[in-house]
Ligand binder design. Structure first.
Ligand code: NAP
Length: 143
């Protein structure tokens, strides 16, 4: 499987490395330094490479979105179109210091994220999981 990583920090870097070591083709993107993306790619046992968010999404079977929620708009803009992609995200709707949730009770991080992706190529959402309104674990298929 080809997996694009959008946000190569603690979550994206580690999960991408695990995917690559399991034999999947992984493109690491979106970090503050290209050297970090190249290092992650080097450590991925031949199955990783560094790229832009657009390159990570191109030909990917699945995308992992793993950025602070304040960076979601930027990374979505850099990625472009999501038509046909399965997107999995671990993003939580946290405040700047990641100390408390900024969305809850009437909506969720997952619902708000799904709306953002819908305007970037999705004609329908086929799966949206929303465990206890935390925003964790949503997967969206933008077809
Ligand atoms: N960490 C956890 O235990 C955990 C658990 C569950 C959910 N989450 C959620 O998962 C998401 C990701 O968490 P994380 O801990 O992986 O975050 P993180 O380590 O901060 O990773 C975020 C990534 O975004 C990159 N980035 C930030 N600002 C950027 C910019 N201006 N331009 C380009 N790249 C930029 C960072 O680059 P650098 O690598 O260069 O800093 C990093 O690669 C968050 O929404 C968080 O709430 C985290």
């Amino acid at each position: 499987m080809r997996v694009g990583i959008l946000g190569s920090g603690l979550m994206g870097g580690k999960l991408g490395t695990i995917f690559a070591r399991a034999g999947h083709e992984v493109v690491f993107s979106y970090a503050q330094s290209n050297d970090k993306l190249k290092r992650l790619a080097r450590d991925a046992h031949g199955n990783g490479r560094a790229g832009t968010p657009g390159e990570a999404a191109k030909e990917a079977d699945a995308l992992l979105l793993a950025v602070h929620c304040s960076r979601i708009d930027d990374v979505l803009k850099q990625t472009g179109n999501f038509a046909g992609k399965v997107i999995v995200t671990c993003c939580l709707p946290m405040d700047a210091g990641s100390t408390k949730l900024i969305i809850g009770t009437t909506t969720s991080g997952a619902e708000e994220f799904a709306k953002k992706v819908a305007v970037r190529g999705a004609r329908r959402r086929t799966r949206l999981r929303r465990p206890r309104r935390t925003g964790v674990g949503v997967s969206v298929r933008a077809v």
